[in-house]
Design a protein. Sequence first.
Lengths: 598, 324
Amino acid sequence: MILERAFPLRKRISGGLLLLACASFFLIPSSMLPLPNTQELLSVPGEIGHAGGRLVVSLRAEPKTLNPLSAIDAPSREVIGAMQADLIHINRGTQLTEPALAKSCKVSSDGLQYTLVLRKGLRFSDGQPLDADDVLFTMRVYLDESVHATQRDLLIVGGKPITVRKVDSSTVIFQMVKPYGAGERMFDGLTILPRHLLEKTYLEGRLGQAGGLSTPANLWAGAGPYRLKEYEAGQKLVLERNPFYWKTDVKGNTLPYLDELVFLFVPSADAQVLRFQSGETDVISRLGAENFSALARQQRTYTMTDAGPGLEYNFLFFNLNDLAAKAAPEVTSKSKWFHEVKFRQAVSAVIDRDAIVRLIYQGRGTALWGPVTPGDRRWVDASIGRPPRSPDRARALLKEAGFSWRTDGNGATELLDSDGKMVEFSILTSSSNADRTKMAALIQEDLKELGMRVQVVPLEFRSLIDRVTQTKEYDACVLGLASFDADPNSDLNVWLSSGGTHLWDPSQAHPATPWEAEIDDLMEQQLDTPKFEQRKKLYDRVQEILAEYQPMIFLASPDILTGAKNSIGNFHPAVLEPYVLWNVEQLYVRSEQVSASR
Amino acid sequence: MSFLLRRLLQAIFLLIGVSILTFLFSTLAPGNYLDEMRLNPQISAATLASLRAQYDLNRPLPFRYARWVNAVAHGELGYSFAYNGPVAPLLWIRARNTLLLTLTAMLLAWALALPLGIWSAERRGHLPDRAISLATATLMVVPELVLALGLLILAARSGWFPTGGMVSVGFAELSRWGKLRDLAMHMALPVAALVLSALPILVRHIRAAVAEELGAPFFRAATAHGIPRRKLLYRYALRAAANPMISLFGFSVGTLLSASLLVEMVMSWPGLGPLLLEAILARDLYVVIGGVLFSTIFLVCGNFLGDLLLYWADPRIRTAGGAR
């Protein structure tokens, strides 16, 4: 059976006034050039805006590159997102896939073959055509080990790289050895690179270094709504509208609306808030709850928006690595507590998650008992229990596990293990993340109630990661992960026992416990199950196992907090990155607001 | 001349020492540039291993140091992992912005400190001296960070000044005069923060140096000869008190690249500060080493300049240097 998705499509055919077109080519600036008359454009729903204006956005750090192959930092990804396009895209608002450069996608009945047909008349931002050869070149580059592209791992399905072949200039077939559960979602983020600009660099082995910020604007192109205009080191990056963009609004006006998109580099969160407050920037995102509240109290020319729970999940985890062979007796006894499921369940039972949401996120967050936040609407397992905080239950669990209590000289209660050893350990947190440091302090207070002595140790972030993933010299740690997509595959390496991000005991040769083996099995199964309902059942079971065995004690998820000037139209923040610029081609400046504010 | 030659040799050894120590400490710090990628579930262990090899992170330290020295000999300063490009251009552009800020601040601070210090010394014990002492003491106890934040709050509340950055978004569209005005408005607060934090030390040193000369026998003799007060102060007393001031001036020049790092961070000034802080946190090794080396070169040059000026101004040093 062939599955075919009918994508909304608007074919634009002009009257063919060739002479006029030729004349206007020489008379009008390139930004106003009419689009080729055979171009198949995508019409997108939304408020009808009008062309012109400039949007100023602040980035917490300077982007490091314009090259999608080597971009790993959030600012670079945000900028690249506005300059590049992929074959199929995940709509950040609906969290579902939608057509992009490909107008259709057929999946073969065995789920092994994806046939993608490109829109007609596609052009890169430098006016050069985009066709199947560019797609082939892009995939070749992504899969080339010597390029070190971060996308390469996503294109290995069933242990084998995806193969791509060209049928004709607008049709390509992607072939896999095993079905891929996430299906079309894998195409999101695989931006199509301009072969005419990059092939030579690639053949010379310098592609990884290409696309530095000082690249001349005429030597860099993409198929996204904006293209490079100007870069000033340490200050700003200016993008201008791509006159060859392939989307229109429902009235047929070409997108994007804005003439310019300016990224200012503002090195701290507080400075970003000040710049937004003083009107120097137009939108703001990645806000902490305190700054959001402060801005919300004074909103007049701007409106603050809580987009709801994001995909970030914060958690406490214990060191479950097998340290017995080389560890000191003290470490061995701690490891024994941490490996005891009832100990972890007791810790989970005594943590006041509501207090974390109330005190740290000022109510703009959600308490968590599993890794999937309510922001991930399709995958959250609503059946997972959300037991209220219960120190009594925690004590009962500890008692069952052989722990006991005694009162010290000062009248304080101390928890002892079955060998009479006092339960005392430290929790590492990142010193650069004030929220998590506060979280650890609240947990410290909660655990005190059970007689546990806990020290909170804030560490510089990279030192912390080094301790957790390399030296493994730690007791417990509070960390957070943000899924990049609303799909279980985005966290595959977290849940697979062989994964490097399986934080409590990473990169296991064989699953250390039966429940980890079951999770491995379930995750492998969902990986190649094409039907959503079946995948959902499998992933629900993973969530249930995690909630029962508590290798990570899930704490809370912050809301995505954003703001925009009232003059910005089509502002609909999403809980997936990039939170406010995901529909940047549709954002526009309301003219009456602009004149009023002037 | 041997005095200057000795100073020059010391400077070269200092630079070599600083580069080795920076290399050593940067490498000894736990974690490396790729660590953050370890928390990215999208990136496999195999990809991380190949990146480690690409960046030479699994090579021994002496090998990496030798490679870096070779790069320095070729006019580069190594390779930035984060920017995927050479370090030197990254540092040059930002150093220029930093120098614009610090040079302006330094000149302004000296231009204010000299008359204030002399006036305070001349009227020591009287109201102006006490007022200046009180003001400088107050400024001295206020940390630079608080000063910068206070000025920033003033800018945000009043709207008189921009709240950060070096120029406005529409800078390119302004007239020449408009551009100058825009730049001056953006520089006003960071320069004010730097001047206010440097002023107390300068004023106090100048006051002390001049006050000492005002009690000297030659000054009393000159006063008795009826030489006008202003001429006495600026021509004779100031010249006699020049030595400590020259040393202080050399130090001011030496710290031009490093004095403003904190203010740059707070005021979003696109200088070396934000780049270096980010590089330190990201373990972008060669950017950190390059930044430290840049600052050390300035410090060495500043001190060298101070020595040169002292050599020129004070014959005792020339004699003593020759005698050694």
